[in-house]
Design a protein around this ligand. Structure first.
Ligand code: NAP
Length: 307
């Protein structure tokens, strides 16, 4: 039996859950599909301090609060890995590894994932010292020395988080200025467990075949290379959009980010995109939530016009 909805939201992070709340409150039949647990990247975040209404809240707790809101007017949630979206007249068919769903509109809220550094040893030692999630893996490095790579919000915030359990954090950054928000920078500079290696790149992650033992750090001004012992390497060098299933629709830019207007509409009628997956600068829980509210409302208008 075909499963039919007014709107299917692909991705149940903060954007997707907000869109579900708005669309279901407008009496639409809504399904959120996600290949993992609802909450998205919030589940990998320790303290969230820039979501209004909460001075500080754990990412997974905020995810739970949002899920309770999102489903209170009947929005459904299901597991499913989406492999494609097909167009059939005004129908939008969402293909998953477990069958097809039909809807009149689709909201893409799949977010982004960590960019790989692309150096020798990264893949080999992934899960054996190389990590992209301090909240998930930090506890494995209790009282050890670890390396964080990057200079954005993620690198700096996760470095601070790691100091709760590790002995020392060395942040390796390719410039001598951080991109992270000032409040996080100041906190990191004050933290005695954190130091910074500026103008430097990690060019190799080394190990003893079982686990990471060191990184090779190259100063990009002097060219000098040094092998620095470390038990863990946390990589935060930005992110890439999760848009492979939507490539055929021609609604992404040359880097794969979704292109929309300010009503969250892509150039394909009935397909919207919100949150981190969208081509824009600021990637925040608050901006994803804002996008979700707009898309939830816009879907309602789109369906009214269709009928
Ligand atoms: P990001 O802001 O894109 O920062 C990536 C960092 O990695 C930059 O410092 C960049 O250096 C460096 N980098 C990029 N490619 C590299 C390479 N090949 N080798 C070495 N270094 C490299 O990524 P992010 O920190 O993951 O954050 C992503 C988005 O989420 C941002 O919009 C961020 O504001 C947001 N975010 C917000 C919060 C919060 O508000 N609490 C928390 C986490 C993330 P350069 O600086 O030289 O370019």
């Amino acid at each position: 039996m075909t499963k039919e909805y007014d709107v299917i939201i692909i991705g149940a992070g903060p954007g997707g859950m907000t869109a579900a709340l708005y669309a279901s409150r407008a009496n639409l039949k809504v399904l959120m599909l996600d290949r993992g647990a609802y909450g998205g990247q919030m589940n990998n975040t320790a303290a969230v301090e820039n979501y209004p209404g909460f001075k500080s809240i754990l990412g997974p707790d905020l995810a739970e609060e949002m899920y309770q809101s999102a489903t209170q007017f009947g929005a459904e949630y299901a597991y499913g890995t989406v492999t494609a979206v097909k167009l059939a007249g005004t129908d939008r068919i969402v293909v998953t590894d477990d069958g097809e769903y039909h809807a009149k509109a689709v909201i893409v809220a799949t977010g982004s994932e960590n960019r790989k550094l692309g150096v020798p040893g990264e893949e080999k030692y992934s899960g054996r010292g190389v990590s992209y999630c301090a909240v998930c893996d930090g506890a494995f490095f209790r009282d050890r020395n670890v390396t964080v790579i990057g200079g954005g919000d993620s690198a700096v915030e996760e470095a601070i988080y790691l100091t709760q359990m590790v002995k020392h954090v060395n942040v390796v950054h390719r410039r001598d200025q951080l991109r992270a928000q000032k409040v996080a920078q100041e906190r990191a500079f004050k933290n005695e467990k954190i130091d910074f290696t500026w103008h430097s790149n990690v060019i190799a992650i080394n190990g003893d075949e079982q686990k990471v033992t060191s990184v090779t750090v190259k100063n990009n001004q002097t060219g000098a290379e040094e092998e620095v012992p470390t038990a863990g390497v946390f990589i935060y060098v930005g992110n890439v959009p999760m848009t492979v299933p939507f490539k055929a629709l021609g609604i992404t830019d040359e880097h794969g980010w979704m292109v929309t207007d300010n009503r969250m509409r892509t150039k394909v009628p009935g397909i919207f995109a919100i949150g981190d997956v969208r081509q824009h600068q600021l990637q925040q829980i608050t901006t994803a939530v804002g996008d979700g509210g707009i898309a939830g409302q816009e879907v309602f208008s789109y369906l009214q016009e269709l009928n």
